[in-house]
Design a protein around this ligand. Structure first.
Ligand SMILES: [Zn+2]
Length: 307
């Protein structure tokens, strides 16, 4: 027996892959409920910042699902406008975390579009593979009015794959839909190009409300009922932050004993808050002394930070 609650739970915090038989097009649908609630329960965001961060969270999940990775994918904007940083991390363990930095003094319109919030800047897509010496990084200039548009630009530039993305978020849900031509689709094949246009056109009718409220199966049936759209694997996603007292201690260690001691003497204690989960860590004089008492062991101070 499944009641409606079970169905709601099954549909929440999942990424659903799908494919069209007979047509060289694949797709992904994502819905984040608890994961998104974890993010917005930890910091109070102005409405437009929250909406943009929500859209970016689904964007990261959709993007990560297109990459075979053992590691983490980070989407991060850096810009000169009132919202200076938007950052989402998605790991190969299917965990997500996110935060934004904004100017408290700025007056932001509730329905402000992307560039009004961020101003000039860039969106960086970084993929860190475990064990790889160097991360992969792609950069897209902030342009246009939506996060979805940026993601489409990224796919067109870096992968040269025709891709369309729709993103939406409210105070309950962050959701997204992606369709993409498969790499083996022949650009000159008129039938394939027509099929892409047709599926693109059908997908474009999706509304924010449909994205935010419908289960994958219902939405895909509604959008593509005359196409052979087949559901593939489902991936469960969840919020997790891997910050820890030890990692913060390592970061304090990187300050050097002199600076760290000066800081603790000046302020009575060192307070460090994790940007992602807003957990506060406190180190008093004795804690700081303890960090440097272990300084002889080289394993303590690795280059990892709370990010
Ligand atoms: Zn944290």
């Amino acid at each position: 027996m499944t009641d409606s609650n079970d169905i709601a739970n099954m549909q929440s915090d999942h990424l659903q892959r799908f494919i069209f038989d007979d047509v060289q097009v694949r797709g992904e649908w994502v819905h984040l409920n608890k994961t998104w609630q974890e993010v917005i329960s930890r910091r109070e965001y102005p409405a437009p910042v929250q909406r943009m961060l929500g859209e970016m969270m689904s964007a990261a999940a959709l993007l990560a699902a297109t990459v075979k990775m053992d590691g983490r994918l980070v989407l991060q904007t850096k810009s000169t406008g009132p919202v200076s940083v938007l950052m989402v991390e998605c790991t190969s363990a299917n965990t997500l975390r996110a935060f934004a930095q904004w100017d408290d003094e700025a007056i932001l319109d509730d329905d402000a579009e992307l560039m009004t919030l961020t101003g000039e800047g860039t969106l960086a897509i970084t993929i860190e593979m475990n064990g790889a010496a160097k991360p992969y990084q792609g950069i897209v200039s902030l342009a246009g009015d939506s996060m979805a548009g940026l993601l489409e630009t990224y796919f067109n530039q870096s992968e040269q794959l025709a891709t369309r993305v729709w993103l939406s978020s409210d105070e309950n849900v962050s959701a997204g839909l992606l369709i993409q031509q498969l790499p083996n689709a022949v650009k000159e094949d008129q039938t394939e190009q027509e099929a892409w246009s047709r599926i693109n056109h059908l997908a474009s009718t999706v509304t924010d409300n449909e994205l935010l409220t419908l289960p994958a199966e219902t939405l895909l049936r509604r959008l593509f009922h005359e196409e052979n759209c087949r559901l593939l694997t489902v991936t469960a996603l969840m919020f997790a932050c891997n910050c820890s007292r030890q990692r913060v201690a390592n970061t304090i260690g990187l300050l050097g004993e002199e600076d760290a001691t000066a800081l603790v003497e000046e302020q009575g204690q060192v307070e460090v808050a994790c940007e992602f989960c807003n957990e506060h860590y406190y180190f008093d004089k004795a804690d700081v002394a303890m960090i440097f008492a272990h300084a002889g062991s080289s394993t303590l101070f690795d280059s990892s930070t709370i990010h």
